[in-house]
Design a protein around this ligand. Structure first.
Ligand code: COA
Length: 168
């Protein structure tokens, strides 16, 4: 299993992975709209030349109290082909891409997702770090991971995703 940055020739396969995993077009269309915008990052899991998983990051803003230029990303979506799930591919995608994000200068990552899954990778409820989600969701599903210790120490407020997320 290889985890690598998405290439232009992967775009159609990435769309299909998202449609298959989410059983709808919304997340796949979201990725197609966000791809190429500043500070977006896309990684794929490749098994013998076939794309079986995908993870995407886009920039978020903290509305509230925080250093002006703190580089925070939102992880979404994460998708693995249904017949390849529960084999550790999601975990590999998360671990490799988080390392890449840290190397790119990202200080923290937020995610809106399964509260049993993301804590395995160090995510904690964002509320513990003084951060709220702009959408009305249970506290435990909105999580954050600091990629640099105490990166969020001086921060509090509401995390705002790019407007394209509002249409999903
Ligand atoms: C979530 C997802 C990306 C995980 O990928 P994966 O390759 O199956 O994950 P891993 O093999 O690394 O980890 C499997 C573990 O994830 C957890 N997990 C997987 N799907 C889960 C779900 N829907 N809810 C809660 N936990 C889940 C389980 O604890 C599982 O462990 P187990 O096999 O011991 O029960 C994949 O199931 C998927 O594409 N789901 C549909 C799309 C989706 O929901 N994306 C996430 C949005 S936040």
């Amino acid at each position: 299993m290889e985890i690598r940055a998405e290439r232009s020739e992967d775009i159609s396969a990435v769309h299909k992975v998202n449609v298959a995993a989410f059983e709808r077009e919304n997340e796949a269309d979201l990725v197609d709209r966000l791809r190429g915008l500043a500070d977006t990052f896309s990684f794929v899991a490749v098994e013998v030349d076939r794309i079986v998983g995908h993870i995407f990051y886009s920039p978020v803003k903290i509305e509230g109290k925080c250093a002006d230029k703190l580089f925070v990303l939102g992880l979404a979506p994460l998708a693995v082909l249904p017949d390849h799930q529960r084999k550790g591919i999601g975990a590999l995608l998360i671990q490799h891409s988080l390392e890449a994000c840290a190397q790119l200068g990202c200080k923290a990552v937020v995610v809106l997702g399964h509260p049993e899954y993301y804590p395995k990778f160090g995510f904690v409820p964002a509320k513990e770090k003084g951060l709220r989600c702009e959408y009305t969701v249970p506290d435990e599903v909105f999580m954050v991971l600091e990629l640099e210790s105490d990166a969020l120490k001086q921060c509090s407020g509401t995390i705002k995703y790019r407007s394209e997320f509002g249409e999903v």
